[in-house]
Every structure is written in C-alpha cells, then in structure tokens.
Design a protein around this ligand. Structure first.
Ligand code: UD1
Ligand code: MG
Length: 451
C-alpha cells in the first residue's frame, strides 16, 4: 500500500497542566508566531493527511477543544479525567483507536513546530513492517528527556530520566515525544502498558519494549532539535518562537522578499508575502497580514489583519489594524493608523493621521494630522471620502459623514455635515488680526508676574 493510501489517525495529547509556565492559561494555549501551540500541532497533523484527529484534553477544557477545532473543524475531543501518564492519555481516545486505522501517530500539544514532512518520515518504517516508530533528536541538554536505547542500530527501549541508570543517562539521543504505531497492533500494545515506574504513570514510551516482546520491530527517525523541542517553561516558549521565526524568515526570503535585517522582522504563522517585497528593519507582522508584490514596508511598522496591495509603501512607523485594506500604490506614512478602512488605489495618507471605519476613493490625498472621529463614546460610525478629494491638513471628520468626489476641505476643518462632490468645505473660525496688540499683551503679562 502506498503511504498516501494508508489511513492515518493522529492523537494529540493536551491534558497537561503546564505548571512550570506559572500561568493561569493551559500550556497548549500559549502562542507561537501568533497561534496557540495546540492549533499548530493540529494543523500540522491535518496537513500530514490525517483522516481523523483526536485531541485529548483535561476536564472542563472547552477552550483547548475550541482552539483545536479552529485548526481542524472535525477534530474529535476526548477527556482524560485523571492525569495518569502519556499512554493513559492516548487510551482516552480508545473509541477512535477501535475504529481501526493503518497508522496511528501520537503528538504532544506542547511540541508546536513539528512539520507535516516529519510526520510522514516517522510513518515510513510502519509501511516496512515496524510496529512502533519513534522520533529522536539530540538536544544540547538532554536533561529531563527520555533516552533512546539502541543495540546495533535497533531501538530496544526508551528510558525516562527518572528511571534511567547513570550509563543510560549518558545517551545523547532523546525521545522527542512523537510516536507512530501500527494501527492494527496499537491497542494490543497500549493495553499492556502498566505503571510500574518511578512516577507511577502509564508511559507511552513502554510501547517500544512491548512491541519487541511481541516479536515486532521498533524504529528511530531523527529530527532537528529546533523542530521537536518541547515547551515546558516560558524560556522554552521563547526558544520555540525564535526557531519558528528563523523558519518563517528563511521562507520569506526563499520566496522573493528582501529582509534588510531578517533577525529584526517578526512574522505570523499565516503571513502571506508576494515577490519583491522589501521589509526594512524592525517590523512586526501580526496574524492575518497579506502583502502583495512590490510592496515596501519601512522600519518600525506594526500590522495585523491587513491587506496591502501591490506597489504600496507603508511606514516608517505605520500601524495597520484589522480590516485595513490598502489598494495598489497607496502610501501610508509615519505615525499613521488605519483601522477597518478601504483605501482605493493611489490614496496617500502620509503623516500623523487616524483613519478608522472609512472608505477612501482613488487618488485622494489625506493631509497631515487628519482624523476620522469614528467613535461617539457609544457607537462607531463610518466616514466616506470620494475619489480625487483633497482633505486639508488637520481636518477632523466627525462620522457619520460623507465627502464627495473631488471635494476640498480647508485646513483645520471640523467636518460635521456632508460635503458635496467638487465643493470646498471651510469649517473653522475666521482669523482676526489686532494691530499692536502683541506688545500690550506682553506688558500685561509681565505686570501680572510681579504681583
Ligand atoms: C515526555 C516523554 C519523554 C520525552 C518528552 C519529550 C513519556 C513518558 N515521556 O516526557 O520520553 O522525552 O515527553 O518532550 O511519554 N499528557 C497528557 N496526559 C498525561 C500526561 C501527559 O495529556 O497524563 C500530555 C501533556 O499535556 C504533554 C504530553 O502529554 O503534551 C507530554 O507530557 P509531559 O508531562 O510534558 O511529558 P515529559 O515529561 O515532557
Ligand atoms: Mg513535556
């Protein structure tokens, strides 16, 4: 049977407490590259071609279940009522196992960076007859990991740190926590695991020795440490973030983006970049950003939930919030914030502005310091600005309000009523010059100071 034809069940273990995170949030809900660890793992399982994904969560963890389903809608959720070890957790999904699959892969919710390709490689030995296949790696510090014990290249056992002898602890090859099992043998193996060990837990890792006792083979598949390192602490969460950012930056450059200082640019798991995009140093792209070809993002810009069309220039110091949609060749300059607004092609908002809940027609110029007053303290209102309009410096647009095509607003205008197309709106007090008043004013002020 070809690998692709083998039916795959992935079981994701996420019933961990994560006490070493010192957090009120379950460990697997902490985020890496803008997405929860559990969603990363479930998404990777789905992309590896899983026919079914079972997620094992602790009691009353609807939040974890919901995150898993965000990544794969049909994910089945099982509850492990008591935390009695990794094999015990896998068996919480017994109903799914009993349905019968060719391959079963167990993944840990706290190991977020495993790629679908690695899951495929791990399944390889099953197609060749192994009952168990284990993902191994060589961490800089093996402390705390299970050690993979081999004899003449064959995997004979996994020894947990707490149960290991001094000699076994010197082994550098460790268990990453991913295991593939022959679906026909999985239940027979799992049901034989007991809790006779230092932690009195049902260890999934015992599957290796049991498979061998049943006369079946066990294989090791090696992976890079950066990909399979587990997250048990905030420091490890930061390491995982660094590893995924390194991966995302490399992908961005391979796909034709110029990153002037890659180590200072931060992407999200779902960032989309076109070709010949240039990103200057110190830029953060939060979730949901789509950047088309030939866009130039200048330093110190921060964006999330934004679409930037080809040829646009953003920043320096620009902030794009969810729903910011920039048309082709739009310029958004320094200290400008755009939220839930559509800027048609050629629009310029270059200095010190807030544009929220607004549509702006093609080639309109929004002058420095212009603000849409979209919030009255209770409701949000929309502003509509037509095409080829000229919004004078420091215009306040008090929404809801519409400014027609080709209209002008005078500098410093407070626009509270609609402006027809092609009209000039002046909405500020007329200037009064009082000759000679300056010196008299100074005398008065000086006299006041002496009192
Ligand atoms: C486990 C492995 C160890 C491996 C390491 C890699 C076992 C016995 N040990 O140790 O060999 O080197 O991962 O990171 O498998 N979980 C449950 N229910 C439980 C226990 C655990 O759902 O009753 C889940 C946790 O949420 C976590 C995963 O299983 O996602 C692993 O559990 P954890 O306690 O982190 O195991 P480690 O001590 O890290
Ligand atoms: Mg762990």
């Amino acid at each position: 049977m070809s690998d692709a034809a083998r039916k795959l069940l992935v079981i994701v273990l996420a019933a961990g407490e994560g006490t070493r995170m010192a957090s009120n949030l379950p460990k697997v809900l902490h985020r890496v590259a803008g997405r929860t660890m559990i969603a990363h793992v479930v998404d990777s399982a789905a992309r590896a071609g899983a026919s079914a994904i079972a997620v094992v969560v602790g009691p009353e963890r609807d939040d974890v279940a919901a995150e898993a389903r965000k990544a794969f809608e049909e994910a089945e959720v099982f509850i492990q009522a008591e935390r009695r070890g990794t094999a015990h957790a896998v068996l919480a999904a017994r109903v799914a196992l009993e349905r019968g699959y060719d391959d079963v892969v167990v993944m840990y919710g706290d190991t977020p960076l495993v790629r679908p390709e690695t899951i495929a490689a791990l399944r390889g030995p099953l197609a060749e007859g192994a009952a168990v296949s284990v993902l191994g790696f060589r961490p800089a510090d093996p402390n705390g990991y299970g050690r993979l014990l081999t004899e003449g290249g064959a995997l004979v056992a996994i020894r947990e740190e707490k149960d290991a002898s001094t000699e076994e602890k010197s082994v550098g090859l460790c268990n990453a926590g991913l295991m593939a099992l022959d679906g026909r043998a999985a239940l027979a193996i799992l049901d034989r695991i007991d809790d006779a060990n230092a932690k009195k837990e049902f260890y999934l890792t015992d599957a290796v020795e049991i498979a061998r006792a049943l006369g079946r083979g066990a294989a090791v598949c090696e992976a890079e440490a950066a990909e399979v390192a587990g997250v048990n602490t905030r420091a490890q969460l930061a390491e995982a973030e660094a590893a995924v950012q390194t991966r995302l930056r490399a992908e961005a450059m391979a796909n034709g983006a110029t990153l002037v200082a890659p180590e200072t640019v931060f992407f999200s798991y779902d960032t989309k970049l076109g070709r010949d995009v240039v990103i200057e140093p110190n830029v953060v792209l939060g979730p949901g950003v789509n950047v088309e070809d030939n866009v130039w993002i200048r330093s110190f810009s921060y964006m999330e939930g934004a679409h930037i069309s080809r040829g646009a220039i953003v920043g320096p110091f620009a902030r794009l919030r969810p729903g910011a949609t920039l048309g082709e060749r739009v310029h958004v300059g320094n200290f400008v914030e755009i939220k839930a607004s559509e800027l048609a092609p050629g629009v310029k908002v270059n200095h010190l502005s807030y544009i929220g809940d607004t549509s702006v027609g093609a080639n309109t110029n929004v002058g420095a310091g212009s603000i849409t007053c979209n919030y009255d303290g209770v409701n949000k209102h929309r502003t509509r600005i037509g095409a080829n309009a000229f919004i004078g410096t420091n215009t306040l647009m008090v929404a809801p309000v519409t400014i027609g095509d080709g209209a002008y607003t005078g500098t410093g205008a407070v626009i509270t009523e609609d402006v027809p197309a092609d009209a000039l709106a002046i909405a500020r007090a007329r200037q009064v010059n009082k000759e000679g008043f300056a010196s008299r004013l100074r005398e008065r002020l000086a006299a006041f100071g002496k009192k």
